[in-house]
Write a protein that binds this ligand. Structure first.
Ligand code: NAP
Ligand code: ZN
Length: 352
């Protein structure tokens, strides 16, 4: 029997939320039924449900920052048991056999990784995400949330955490390295906490000085407002690595100038427009302009364990979703950059 569960649905592009019930599939042998406690609001949810990345499949239930507890398991599940604290991120399936899957990079699966929402599963059914009270996911895509991280502050780690951890690791954030984080939002604030815990010297770059004090508390030694042209000029040639988390278009040239020779500008923000760059800004200084897409399952577990070891969780605002308009309002606040620093929906309050 499929499981009927409460969820927040977006009926069409840009429409307000509706609280309703949806069906989750009957448990397969390798499936885990999760009682969702919290679902983080990622800017990608908004890009998707406003068709900013192309037409989405409606009605849609978004959410790929999921934390909760195991309610039931299929007959062959061994890695988790009923009652365990678990999370689900951006992926719920991949072929498991291609080079990328074997290499722990399921997001690049040659058959096509299946996203947690707005994706067609290998069974032909559309997936639905975490703004909901229950979800069914194969155990391969279920992460263990270590003791010591509250489920509310753990939920955003499943996307914002791994998406920033992965490029920080890849590009060597650590002692003696100067890292700048552009955009202090959901991803950005995690990037600051993680880079600081890795031992790097962190600077935050934001539109204004409003988040300067918070940035210091998160682990930054310096905060620069892009509105301050003199400060941006002073910062030229100072960073080894810049992680750009901004959800809107930025001029890459402005940030390439802030890199030291051989420095790396890594984009994780995903605005819809194309990037443009003057070749001289790359070639003068052997600079690397790159991007990074979430992270594989093994690395996601590594990130969760790293967070537990370093006492890191997301800084969250817990949202009561009894009135669906509260979630609409939260989305508008995310777009304005007015959230400190991730809203997580208390899914027990979803009331159809
Ligand atoms: P968020 O919480 O809204 O943070 C984005 C930040 O960007 C804001 O806090 C703001 O920082 C800055 N910003 C917003 N509008 C701006 C504008 N017009 N000009 C300059 N700066 C602006 O979003 P998020 O959830 O962290 O997601 C950030 C981006 O990453 C989104 O595009 C999302 O889709 C993408 N993403 C990518 C991946 C991946 O795998 N690569 C994974 C998840 C999300 P300040 O207030 O500090 O200026
Ligand atoms: Zn996300």
């Amino acid at each position: 029997m499929p499981h009927t569960t409460s969820a927040l649905q977006v009926p069409s592009a840009g429409a307000p939320f509706v609280a309703t019930t949806i069906e989750r599939r009957d448990l397969r042998d390798d499936d885990v039924l999760i009682d969702i406690a919290y679902a983080g609001i990622c800017h990608s949810d908004i890009h998707t449900a406003r068709d900013e990345w192309g037409p989405a499949h409606y009605p849609i239930v978004v959410g790929h920052e999921i934390a909760g507890t195991v309610a039931a398991v299929g007959s062959t599940v061994t890695r988790v048991k009923v009652g365990d604290r678990v999370g689900v991120g951006c992926l719920v399936d991949s072929c498991g056999e291609c080079e990328s899957c074997k290499d722990g990079q399921e997001m690049f699966c040659t058959k096509g990784a299946v996203g947690t929402y707005n994706a067609k599963g290998y069974d032909g059914e559309w997936t639905g995400g975490g703004y909901s009270q229950q979800v069914v996911v194969s155990e391969r895509f279920t992460l263990r949330i270590p003791e010591g991280i509250g489920l509310d502050e753990a939920a955003p780690l499943l996307c914002a955490g791994i998406t920033t951890y992965s490029p920080l690791k890849r590009w060597g954030a650590g002692p003696g390295r100067r890292v700048a984080v552009v955009g202090v939002g959901g991803l950005g604030h995690m990037a600051v906490k993680l880079a600081h815990a890795m031992g790097a010297e962190v600077t935050t770059i934001s539109r204004s000085m409003d988040k300067a004090e918070d940035a210091e508390a998160l682990g930054a030694v310096r905060h620069i407002a892009t509105s301050d042209a003199a400060a941006m000029k002073d910062a030229r040639r100072t960073f080894d690595l810049i992680v750009n988390t901004v959800s809107a278009d930025l001029d890459m040239n402005d940030y390439l100038r802030l890199l030291r020779p051989n420095g790396v500008l890594c984009n994780v923000g995903l605005p819809p427009s194309e990037l443009s760059v003057a070749p001289f800004n790359l070639i003068g200084g052997n600079k690397v302009l790159t991007g990074s897409n979430i992270g594989g399952i093994e690395q996601t577990q590594e990130m969760l364990d790293f967070c537990a070891e370093h006492g890191i969780g997301a800084t969250v605002e817990v949202l009561d979703a009894t009135e669906t308009t509260a979630v609409d309002d939260a989305w508008n606040r995310v777009v304005k950059g007015d959230v400190r620093y991730r809203v997580v929906i208390d899914t027990s309050t979803i009331t159809p």
